[in-house]
Each structure stands twice: as C-alpha cells, then as structure tokens.
Design a protein around this ligand. Structure first.
Ligand code: PLP
Length: 382
C-alpha cells in the first residue's frame, strides 16, 4: 500500500553532470585542475581556514593528519569510542594507540571533562568528533591541548556547514577533516577535505598528498623539477569528483536549509513522545549551529530497539543504528585501550535509532514515520 521510505537518498541538483562534462571537454581529468581549485577556494572562504585540500575521503584526510603529526608507534591519541572506524584506524596505521573516552549523554560527543585524566606522557593528540554535525566543547578542548602541548584534529566528517560560536567546524583545531561521502550532506560519492588551520603543516601537507613529492611547488613554478621529498601517498581526488563536488558546494546553503527544515519537523513531531518518556530527542547546545545532518532518537531503556527497527521495516520504513563502540570491537580491543567504564557509550549506542533524513522526504512521509514509530514503541516495550 505505502511506498518504501529509504533511509538515505543522495541529493543532486543536476549541475553536477554539466560540470563533469565541462571537465571532460577541458581534457583535465587528473587531480588539482580548475574544479579542485574552485572547491579549495570555496572551502577556505567559507570556513576561514588557511588552506583546504581536497582528498578522496575523510578517511584519507585523517590519514594525512596522522602523517603530518608524525605519529610514532606507541603514541597515544585521545578520541571517543562512539565514532566511525576511520577516526581510530588512520592513527593505528602509523602505530598509534587510540585511547577511548566516554561521551556526553546530551550530544553524544566526547566528554571534555574526561580528557585530562586520559593524558599520559605518550599522548600526542586529541581527536574530537562532531557527532551529527553538532560541535564538541571546543573551547575546553583547545585549552587542554594548549596547556598540555597536544595537537587537535577535528573529525568534522559530519560537520560541513556547522559552526561553534560562529566558527566553522573543522577550522578550530590544528587540522580538520571533512567528508563528502554519499551519506553526508554535501557529496561527491566518495570525497573529503583536509583543512589546515595551523600553517606549520601546509607545505608538508601538499607533499604528503602528492605521493611525497613537491609536485605542487613545481606546478606553481617555485622549483624547476619535482622529486621525492618525504612520506606520502596519492590522497587527491580526480577532477570528475571535484567537478561534481563544486556543483554541490554552490548549493550548500540550500542543502543545509532543506535538511534543517526536515530536522526541525521531526523535532516538533516527536516532542510528545519525549514527554511520555518513550525516547529522548537530540540536544543542540546554545553555542552550536548545526547542519541537519542526522536526526536520531534515544529510546527509553525499557524499549527493544531491534524490535522497533523491525516493526518500522514492516511499514516499509528503513531506519538504522550505529556505532558498535570501537573499544568493544575486535580491532579496538587489539589496537586501543579505554579509560573508565564508558557507560554512556555502551548504553546509548544500544538505544539509538537514526530516522530517514534526505532532501525530498515529504512532510507526509515524516508524519507516516512518526505514526509508525508510535505504534512500534508500544509493541517493542519490554
Ligand atoms: C563518514 C565519517 C568518516 C569517514 O568519511 P569517509 O569520507 O567515508 O572516509 C569518518 N568519521 C566520521 C565521524 C564519519 O561520520
């Protein structure tokens, strides 16, 4: 009877394909062509960062960060356990040890009050993850980092177009990492960017991204040949990806506004269920302007999450949960260690559901989702 409501549907405005045709007819298909430069300019202007470099993913931007910080075997990196694997994996590739701390129950971001207790003489960096595009308490985190002489790498994969006290997420720490993966707000299929806010890293970042060579300087005419200079890999996307992304960036304001509209509608529709203590809605601190990346709900402990997801599926509504906490995953146990009991991480990750949120999701569909959720919650009560 009802049409299926997918969890995600990537948004395109149509201009992506024109840009790709333009890149093709310009015979510029490798990376760092005109579209890449356009994207760099857009990112630098929008975020206020000193330097933006497109990468082929946020994972790649995180890996570049680990290389830039010269992470050595045994170096410790403080991060939440409640995050995507790449946050940790990028540092583990260099022999780093992720040190997982708990999250705050209100934003599901790293609990800034637990960071100092996790610091040892081996600690090198803090990696705050801005969950759902809502900022971590960056003032506290930057102050701890300054006092302890630690680097800060923001995993702002979900935070494009979000701000903390007016500053763009990703532009506050020494380095910031964005994702343009299909499941994010502004997309290019796979894609990402590294924001270099501490200019001490700029020159090496260009070298690391270009297979360890000074090719960028060569192209600018600053050297007459390019050679192998340092560690590196191929971290840059091709022009077709940048062409696609450029069309999306042009629309970033509109994409954000549309997503916030849907987010706000859910927030109003679900108010009564929070009142009835069936679930908790996301909390947005006063200092944070978010980007409508995600609408999640935290179910009350007496409700069986899997049953809710199953029940919604019977009504042809696709919802998902995440993350399996890294500290309890096979690789997390092998490569990392954790501080305290991670109570919030363990509990909240078991009670969270993400609702469909994509441009084109109608108000009618949202009403249907909320109605279906209401009956599912009753059925799933333990
Ligand atoms: C999506 C995501 C990543 C990875 O982004 P890719 O562009 O797919 O590599 C990393 N960290 C977080 C928090 C994410 O949500």
């Amino acid at each position: 009877m009802f049409v299926k409501i997918p969890f995600n549907r990537p948004y395109m405005n149509g201009k992506e394909l024109f840009n790709i045709a333009e890149a093709k007819f310009g015979n510029m298909l490798a990376g760092d062509g005109p579209f890449t430069k356009q994207c760099h300019g857009w990112l630098e202007k929008k975020t206020g960062s000193n330097k933006a470099l497109l990468t082929h993913s946020c994972t790649a931007a995180l890996e570049m960060s680990a290389l830039l910080l010269e992470i050595q075997p045994g170096d410790e990196i403080i991060m939440p356990s409640y995050t995507f694997v790449s946050t940790a994996n990028a540092f583990v590739l260099r022999g780093g040890v992720p040190v997982f701390v708990d999250i705050r129950p209100d934003t599901l971001n790293i609990d800034e009050h637990l960071i100092e207790a996790a610091i040892t003489p081996k600690t090198r960096a803090i990696v705050p993850v801005h969950y759902a595009g809502v900022a971590c308490e960056m003032d506290n985190i930057m102050e701890i980092a300054r006092q302890q002489n630690l680097a800060v790498v923001e995993d702002a994969a979900q935070g494009v177009m979000s701000t903390y006290k007016g500053q763009a997420l990703g532009s506050i720490g020494d380095l910031g990492c964005y994702s343009f993966h299909e499941t994010k707000n502004v997309i290019s299929g796979e894609g990402g960017a590294l924001l270099i806010n501490n200019s001490q890293f700029t020159e090496r970042a260009e070298v690391i991204r270009e297979k360890g060579t000074n090719r960028s300087r060569f192209f600018r005419g600053q050297v007459d040949k390019y050679t192998w200079q340092d560690l590196g890999s191929s971290f840059l996307p091709g022009e077709l990806t940048a062409a696609f992304l450029s069309a999306q960036l042009d629309d970033a304001e509109k994409i954000t506004a549309e997503r916030l509209k849907i987010w706000n509608k859910y927030h109003v529709l679900l108010e009564n269920l929070e009142f009835d203590e069936m679930l908790t809605r996301p909390h947005i601190p006063d200092d944070c302007q978010h980007n409508g990346h995600m609408y999640y709900i935290i179910l009350n402990k007496n409700i069986d999450r899997d049953k809710v997801i199953q029940q919604l599926k019977l009504d042809k509504i696709n919802t998902v949960f995440h993350y399996i906490p890294l500290h309890s995953s096979p690789a997390g146990l092998k490569f990392g260690r954790f501080i305290g009991n991670l109570k919030n991480t363990n509990e909240l990750s078991n009670q969270l559901i993400r609702l469909p949120l994509w441009i084109g999701l109608t108000e009618e569909m949202q009403l249907r989702i909320v109605e279906s959720l209401k009956s599912a919650l009753k059925i799933a009560r333990k």
